[in-house]
Design a protein around this ligand. Structure first.
Ligand code: SF4
Length: 341
């Protein structure tokens, strides 16, 4: 069974939930925690995170729709590898509604249980430590890290949390079918929105061209997340797609950038769990400054830096990525264009 870890290592698998962390390193960390004699005798758990809560992201749903048996196979491989007590399939409400029957049939007579993400837990309810709290029946909010779930996850036991696409890839690696592809979620001002499985080495430009979505108008893209991604101008597309694999295209002529950014801020305000002040108060204040008649940009930037440095979990620091990158990569280009007109 050690062979699967070697295969994962050789395939250079990275997690597809957004962080892009090495799968082999994560698995090894769980194995090491289980082997630790000082805290030996602990149980182990495996969680497949299918919370996918960022608006516009649908690739995990697409995988569950088309390749559910491979996802479950990957989950079973992990359970066997770690001799885990139990596996959880953490499903968001709509995926449970759509796929419960099919998934229930696939996990029949196994150690896997479907756990439906409480609908009121919002986007942050999909953060890995919040997922653990939900399963344990605790208040659904992120935990302080460290300790990380690999050493102290469910009920204090080593716990592997991987995303749907990652388990799909594990089953491909195990059967020798993995060929370094990933799923891309393409949306926005383009003719062929959808989920595409293409080589992971593709640049953003190549992905847009291959799917016939490369715009013929002035545009920018948000890459890696539909709210938490990086904003790039059209000259910055010769790099791979990071994060959760999404590309959202915005026409510069069609969209009002103030509305777009206010929309990002509204999303993060709505989804903040309120546990820490920088996020709970900070994003609200950012919105206030941003929409003021005369914005104080120094204060705005200071607040952004503060959020990046002091937020308790990745939701608070995520808001900084689209806004800062938009200011650096897109706004100067928009201003130059409007001056030239
Ligand atoms: S950063 Fe936001 S979502 Fe994360 S713990 Fe703090 S308040 Fe909650």
């Amino acid at each position: 069974m050690d062979k699967i870890l070697d295969k994962i290592r050789k395939a250079n698998l990275v997690g597809r939930g957004g962080a892009g962390f090495s799968v082999a390193k994560k698995w090894s960390a769980v194995a090491e925690a289980l082997a630790d004699k000082e805290v030996g005798g602990r149980k182990c758990y495996v969680v497949c995170n299918a919370a996918e809560g960022e608006p516009g992201l649908t690739k995990d749903g697409y995988i569950l729709e088309n390749y559910a048996e491979k996802v479950i196979a990957g989950l079973k491989i992990a359970i066997d590898f770690f001799l885990a007590e139990k596996g959880y399939l953490f499903l968001n409400y709509s995926y449970n509604k759509k796929y419960n029957k099919k998934l229930a049939a696939l996990i029949k007579d196994s150690a896997i249980e479907i756990f439906v993400k409480p609908i009121q837990s919002g986007y942050v309810g999909g953060e890995e430590s919040a997922v653990l709290n939900a399963i344990e029946g605790k208040r659904i909010e992120p935990r302080l890290k460290p300790p990380f779930p690999v050493t102290a996850g469910l009920w204090g036991c080593p716990t592997l949390v991987n995303n749907v696409e990652t388990f799909y890839n594990i089953s491909l690696v195990n059967s020798g079918q993995y060929d370094n592809k990933r799923f891309y979620d393409i949306a926005g001002d383009c003719p062929y929105e959808g989920v595409y499985e293409l080589p992971a080495s593709f640049t953003i430009e190549k992905t847009l061209k291959q799917t016939k979505n490369y715009p013929s108008f002035h545009f920018f893209v948000l890459v890696g997340g539909d709210m938490s991604g990086e904003a790039l101008n059209s000259r910055q597309l010769k790099r791979p797609v990071e994060g959760a694999g999404s590309i959202t295209i915005y026409s510069l002529a069609k969209n009002n950038y103030k509305k777009i950014i206010a929309g990002w801020l509204d999303f993060f305000i709505d989804e903040s769990c309120g546990q820490c002040t920088p996020c709970r108060e900070g994003i609200y204040r950012l919105r206030e400054i941003f929409l003021a008649e005369k914005a104080d940009w120094t204060l705005f930037n200071n607040l952004l830096d503060n959020l990046a440095d002091t937020s308790f979990c990745a939701l608070g620091s995520s808001v900084v990525i689209p806004i800062k990158s938009f200011m650096e990569n897109v706004l100067p280009e928009m201003e130059a264009k409007s001056k030239a007109m």
